[in-house]
Design a protein around this ligand. Structure first.
Ligand code: PLP
Length: 382
């Protein structure tokens, strides 16, 4: 009865039409108990103890009212100092509820109805939805599967039109684990020069790299809006600390206005504890996490090759490999069969058609769990 009523009454506003929970969520909701989770997009390592202790301390000892909408000044200073090449002022940083809010606010702040936004294919599905929410038009540039999802400047260039308002880069990438090289970013900057197009640079995985430390697009292109946070680098997904940072003060100001009405401010307790996110202890925790994920990635790729005869892309950062199952059939069907055998993976199609025939496999698991997961995969795929 209630469901029927809802259907009859709400005609979704245009900005929400076609915006749906992601395929990833829909798969997770149907997972069987005791599944091995290769679908996870968040660290399984614990949040460092000193951060948890600080949160407990401020909860008990301090009054935690609202902070400024833009976040604690001390925290904004630390974030600004993370990008020394930009010499950011406090009004060029806004602390948000995870980088997800920064991303949504960035699009709502700059995109008008009908504006085109270039998004990588494959990419984290929130991007397509954020563009739709802001009534923009998602335009995809391919990261070719046959080149291991590496960036291709000619493809990027070919998608720019007079209607292009913004472009997105995610480095290291979800879902591919690839990093945009310095050369890629320089080429993008060259192409965008004097166009007025904004570049949204998703750097949420920037501390999780296994080769060279990734560059920020903001080093090369002035109109860059950085979207980042502590979720992945310090295993703090549930703490909801992210930020938007840019020399484009008017964009930060517009996003801040939205942020004030959407959330008022990020949790004060989380913000205070996050002040320790730039200490030597935090840097050690980040380095340790990098080492752990690097080893796990190598372990998993070897295992997938040896046990299943399948190739996974070499991760350069984040904690994902794209497993090539094109020879076996449809990725959605394979993911479904694996799900029934208590293994969660994400079909490539969830991230765009360029990743069709691949599964995104994450290594946020112990070696023991991963070995059990691959054993279960073998039962299905043999
Ligand atoms: C590429 C990318 N950007 C942003 C986010 C959002 O993360 P959070 O809101 O926890 O900072 C995620 C989460 O999985 C992601 O993969």
């Amino acid at each position: 009865m209630n469901a029927a009523k809802e259907k009859m009454q709400l005609k979704l506003p245009k900005r929400l039409q076609g915006v749906q929970p992601t395929l990833i969520r829909r798969i997770f909701e149907r997972a069987l108990p005791d599944s091995i989770n290769f679908g996870l997009g968040e660290p399984d390592l614990p949040t460092p103890r000193f951060i948890r202790e600080e949160a407990a301390r401020v909860t008990l000892e301090e009054q935690n009212g609202y902070t400024n909408h833009a976040g604690l000044p001390a925290l904004r200073e630390k974030i600004a100092a993370s990008y020394p090449h930009l010499d950011l002022q406090p009004n060029q940083v806004c602390v948000t509820v995870g980088s997800q809010e920064a991303m949504t606010a960035a699009f709502l702040a700059i995109v008008d109805a009908g504006d085109e936004v270039l998004i990588p294919n494959p990419s984290f599905p929130a991007y397509e939805n954020c563009v739709k929410i802001s009534e923009g038009v998602p335009v995809f540039y391919r990261l070719p599967a046959d080149k291991d999802f590496a960036f291709d400047i000619e493809e990027f260039k070919s998608k720019i039109t007079p209607k292009t308002k913004a472009a997105v880069v995610i480095s290291p990438s979800n879902p591919t684990g690839k990093i945009f090289t310095e050369n890629d970013l320089r080429q993008i900057a060259e192409v965008l020069k004097d166009t007025g197009i904004y570049l949204i640079s998703d750097e949420i995985y920037s501390d999780l790299y296994f080769t060279e430390k990734p560059h920020s697009a903001s080093e090369f292109y002035e109109q860059t809006i950085i979207v980042s946070g502590l979720s992945k680098s310090l295993s703090m997904t549930g703490w909801r600390v992210g930020w938007l940072a840019s020399t484009q003060t008017d964009v930060v100001k517009a996003a801040l206005t939205l942020h004030g009405f959407l959330t008022v401010c990020t949790s004060t307790i989380s913000q205070k504890a996050s002040l320790l996110g730039w200490t030597d202890e935090a840097e050690r925790a980040k380095a340790e996490a990098r080492e752990i994920y690097k080893n796990r990635g190598e372990f998993l790729i070897k295992l997938l090759q040896n046990e299943l005869g399948l190739r996974g892309t070499q991760p350069e950062g984040a904690f994902y490999t794209m497993l090539d199952v094109r020879a076996l059939g449809d990725d959605l069907e394979i993911a479904e069969q694996l799900l029934q055998n208590r293994v969660i993976t994400v079909p490539g199609i969830a991230f765009g058609d360029e990743a069709k025939g691949f599964l995104r496999v994450s290594f946020c698991n112990t070696e023991e769990r991963m070995a059990e997961g691959v054993r279960r995969m073998k039962e299905v795929l043999k």
